[in-house]
Design a protein around this ligand. Structure first.
Ligand SMILES: CCCCCC/C=C/C(=O)SCCNC(=O)CCNC(=O)[C@H](O)C(C)(C)COP(=O)(O)OP(=O)(O)OC[C@H]1O[C@@H](n2cnc3c(N)ncnc32)[C@H](O)[C@@H]1OP(=O)(O)O
Length: 375
């Protein structure tokens, strides 16, 4: 085989002026180890040949026997590089790895059109590589959760629980992860009046949180930006929470005349201790991502510039673990407290039903809607 049989090498022959440093080469070698998608045998042979040429020079090994097919394919690929200089081989290796990683990362945040599931207006739901991703999709409203969105999230979780993906991810589109309950939800009053509205909302809230309590597979929050209200309290029910260092965590319930939900009245003291939980849930202290990580609410914080790439690389690796083992482990952890969590969820929903009818709450919502108050 001649060098001309490798178009990618041809393409780079004219670029030898741009030499790759030893550091670039070593980091490309490390990057290859992180690649989660198999690049295919042809590509692997090209990379093998370039690596050998870059580190050992031209192939002078004896040709393997005809029956040793794998060694022979490798020997052929290396020999085909002839007397290609080591420096050029290094450069070509670095560029080839870079083209592989960029095509992998460009497909990470952006689902391919075929994998997008129809039927959702407020979410983008995709399923690929063993991962079902539920993305809140009202970026212009900071992904505030409308009544329709609560319903769609429940449907998406129900479907994800049954599909063949190994893990499920919740994330947000745009600069926010989620700004919590859409405060306009309270303006749509049914014929039965505000009491009926409060009752229906409490039922919706209880059912919504119930889906998170019962979700059977590993559930991961990819917190791409600030999180407010119910999007924060629910995090205690996730198995992993990855956050960008741009994210903040804010539960301004007292400011809104409301009280905690999402089982946070139990999970937050358990996760971070009662004093820290009180600062968040009673006094509305906003935490940075690093503070939330130090309190145990967040699993790991990543720099915003590499957040998507690092998180999706990690999740793709996790999604290849045996799915049944992951499910069973999750259920062992969750089942100990499932009944208790449902009881807490019912109690929190019923307390909120009363709060929504209070003057404190009504005034706070009116203030926001008339733009007098912002968090
Ligand atoms: C079935 C009911 C279950 C209820 C469960 C109980 C849940 C409780 C909670 O989640 S409490 C938390 C509620 N959330 C808030 O109080 C947040 C309110 N929003 C804000 O304070 C700010 O918008 C902000 C700090 C999130 C962002 O500020 P800023 O960056 O200045 O952007 P804008 O304010 O201009 O926002 C852009 C656009 O989005 C609208 N919006 C944002 N969040 C909400 C929201 N939670 N509800 C309704 N609308 C929201 C905002 O009004 C702007 O809209 P506009 O462009 O003016 O049309």
């Amino acid at each position: 085989m001649q060098i001309s049989n490798f178009p990618v090498l041809q393409m780079h022959k004219s670029q030898t002026a741009m030499r790759a440093s030893q550091k670039d080469f070593e980091s490309a070698v490390n990057q290859m180890k992180l690649l989660t998608k198999d690049p295919g045998n042809e590509m692997k042979l090209k990379l093998y040949a370039l690596y050998k040429q870059a580190t050992e020079g031209p192939c002078n090994m004896p040709k393997p026997g005809m029956l040793d097919l794998i060694s022979k394919a490798k020997w052929d690929a290396w020999s085909a590089l002839g007397s290609l200089p080591k420096e050029t081989a290094k450069q070509n290796y670095v560029e080839l790895v870079s083209s592989l990683s960029s095509s992998a990362s460009s497909s990470q945040g952006k689902p391919d059109a075929d994998s997008k599931q129809p039927g959702y207006e407020t979410l983008v739901v995709t399923s690929e590589n063993g991962i079902t991703k539920i993305m809140l999709n009202r970026p212009t409203k900071k992904n505030a959760i409308t009544t329709q969105m609560y319903q769609e999230i429940m449907l998406a979780l129900e479907a994800a629980a049954k599909d063949d993906s190994a893990i499920t991810v919740l994330t947000g589109n745009g600069d926010y992860y989620c700004s919590g309950n859409d405060l306009n939800n309270f303006t749509d009053i049914p014929p039965g009046g505000v009491e009926e509205k409060a009752k229906n909302s409490a039922i919706l809230l209880r059912d919504f949180v119930g889906c998170f309590i019962d979700f059977p597979k590993p559930l991961i929050a990819v917190v791409n930006g600030p999180a407010v209200g119910i999007s924060v309290t629910l995090l205690g029910l996730f198995d992993i929470v990855y956050a960008s260092d741009r994210a903040t965590f804010h539960t301004p319930f007292s400011h809104l005349g409301q009280s905690p939900e999402g089982c946070s009245s139990y999970m937050f003291p358990k996760i971070m201790g009662s004093a820290k939980a009180a600062e968040m849930l009673i006094f509305g202290k906003k935490l940075t991502a690093r503070e939330a990580c130090a309190q145990g609410l967040v699993t790991e914080v990543f720099p915003d510039s590499t957040f998507q790439k690092e998180v999706w690389t990690r999740l793709k690796a996790y999604s290849k673990l045996p799915p049944n083992a992951m499910r069973i482990s999750k259920q062992l952890i969750r089942n100990v407290e499932k009944e208790k969590l449902h009881a807490i969820n019912s109690e929190e929903s019923s307390v909120l039903q009363g709060r929504w009818l209070s003057d404190e709450c009504t005034n706070a919502i009116m203030n926001f809607l008339s733009r007098k108050a912002k968090l």
